[in-house]
Write a protein that binds this ligand. Structure first.
Ligand code: PEP
Ligand code: MN
Length: 264
């Protein structure tokens, strides 16, 4: 699997300067919310509008996503703004619905990457697709498990593959929600230099005031992009309220970041 140039295709096709930016709310909440955020982001560095519609919540009893109706909101957002669309899929039914609605980028959540059965089910459902498929690291710090998931997608002939580093669970007290363990992602990058590596500072930090510093570290380590949860009213978001930034803050973050590839 090493050094396959085709893995960069989806990034190269955008003909954009690095980093690629995926932004949008943790969860789609209402049609108006999705459209408003899309319009707020359309004239920015953002290429993909993200919104989770099936939400893997750690404990039951919380908002678990709006479900398939959210795919129509994403389609409408794309038609109105030109932003490409991105959502999480966690089983075959999700994949089939997302493909029917022509979602451009599908990501595999950290709780799914830990399960070879579910990864295989998703890979089989996506067999041969030219959609972008991004595999988040598993919740536990296990590089082999992350690589194994990527290998299952590669074997399913998915060329536009990438990975997302979103940090790892720990029982230790930490300033992070999920400790970054940068070395694991760097080891992934060293072994697979042609598979685009995206950082998700939102789930690493869990706090909006740490998004900038973690994003900068990722760019300094030559990551290919960032996925940043963005909401016009973060405090009242239906999930992950503490870590979402406003579209204005997102713009500011991009103004302040030193983007190494541009400086080289
Ligand atoms: C998310 O992106 O909103 C999400 C649920 O992420 P993770 O799988 O990294 O926890
Ligand atoms: Mn989230």
């Amino acid at each position: 699997m090493e050094n396959k140039k085709e893995f960069r295709t989806w990034l190269d096709n955008h003909k954009l300067e690095h980093p690629i930016v995926i932004a949008g709310p943790c969860s789609a909440e209402t049609e108006d919310q999705v459209l408003r955020i899309a319009h707020d982001l359309k004239d920015s560095d953002v290429t993909y509008l993200r919104a989770g519609i099936w939400k893997p919540r750690t404990r039951p009893g919380n908002f678990e996503g709006v479900g398939a109706i959210g795919l129509k909101w994403l389609q409408k957002a794309k038609a109105e703004t030109g932003l490409l669309t991105a959502t999480e899929v966690a089983n075959r039914a999700h994949v089939e619905l997302a493909l029917e609605h022509d979602i451009d980028l599908l990501w595999i959540g950290a709780r799914s990457t830990v399960s070879p059965f579910i990864v295989q089910e998703i890979a089989d459902a996506l067999e041969g697709t030219d959609k972008v498929v991004l595999v988040k690291n598993p919740v536990n710090p296990d590089l082999a498990l992350w690589i194994g998931a990527v290998e299952r997608f590669h074997t399913a002939n998915i060329k536009n593959l990438g990975v997302i580093h979103r940090g790892f669970s720990t029982y230790e007290k930490s300033k992070y929600r999920n400790i970054p363990e940068w070395q694991i992602a760097v080891d992934f990058q060293t072994r697979f230099p042609d598979i685009p590596l995206i950082c998700d500072p939102s789930h690493i930090t869990g706090k909006r005031d740490m998004i900038f510093e973690v994003s900068q570290t990722a760019l300094d380590l030559n990551y290919d992009g960032l996925m940043i949860e963005t909401h016009y009213d973060p405090d009242n978001a239906w999930s992950d309220a503490a870590q979402q930034v406003t579209p204005e803050t997102l713009l500011q973050i991009f103004q302040d970041l030193r983007i190494r590839k541009e400086q080289d």
